[in-house]
Design a binder for this molecule. Sequence first.
Ligand code: ADP
Ligand code: MG
Length: 305
Amino acid sequence: MITVTHLTKQYGPRTAVHDLNFEVKKGEIVGFLGPNGAGKSTTMKILTGFMPASEGKVMIAGHDVFHEPIKVKQSIGFLPENPPVYPEMSVNQYLDFAARLHQVPPKGQAAAIANTLKRVGLWDVRHRLIQNLSKGYRQRVGLAQALVHNPPVLILDEPTVGLDPKQIIEIRELIKSLRGDHTVLLSSHILPEVTATCDRVIVLNRGKIVAEDTIDHLTSRAQGGLIYALTVRNVKAAGVEALMQLGKIHTTGNRLTIELKSEDAREKVIETAVKHDMGVLEFVADKVSLEDIFLKLTTNEGSLA
Ligand SMILES: Nc1ncnc2c1ncn2[C@@H]1O[C@H](COP(=O)(O)OP(=O)(O)O)[C@@H](O)[C@H]1O
Ligand SMILES: [Mg+2]
């Protein structure tokens, strides 16, 4: 549904995104994750035809963004970083404006607006002026304008930024409800956001893709299998050699990490260390969190060593 090949964007001498290649399949919800300045908004503006690329190609729903911009705009709903909502309009008026802008046929307009208002939970406030709405409701108005023409593809740039925890949950639920009918690419600079809503993540750092994976796969990688850390008073060579029979060992000072072949081997680890008089101080599961992985990916070279 979204295919990006060799996408590069320069702002003058500065390269904001460099040689991006990725794909989002029909019905997928994909998270575009990366720290501030990674190039998320730049990529999204190019995908939606709001800004030209320096190099590369983008196909949305079978249309080339650079050669068929009108077709692409009909297939896409975009919630930009700063949604252009007009404070002096009522919710209804604004959606009417958005529907016309997105070329919803006049006959179907009233129904499209009503459906969208109900879908995003704005029906009860449809006569209110946008300026009198809370930030969470204004964000819903932004989502509503992206949805009103029922586009197959949705591009949402940091949809929950600036919202309170309750509003965040509401917007997440709303996004999850789009699954299946719509193909969604949503950006965030925080990990929990994408793990809560997305099937898959593309991690961007300094304008480059540093990882692309399913949440499930990332989570199991984060749990790191059966890795345990053993801290001892004395690291004894014979003891370490005996422990090697139980799994792969990595020693840092008096702390040994052991990748066990089975959970049952935990008992053997302690027995072995005690037998060799190593002085066991601590034995714990050595968990790597998803946060750790994200930090590792988005600092320095951003590679998973
Ligand atoms: N209009 C612009 N002119 C020059 N540099 C820009 C412009 N917009 C963004 N940048 C730079 O491009 C990089 C990527 O920015 P952006 O796409 O906004 O990242 P993100 O959305 O991931 O925070 C940053 O270094 C930013 O300073
Ligand atoms: Mg941004």
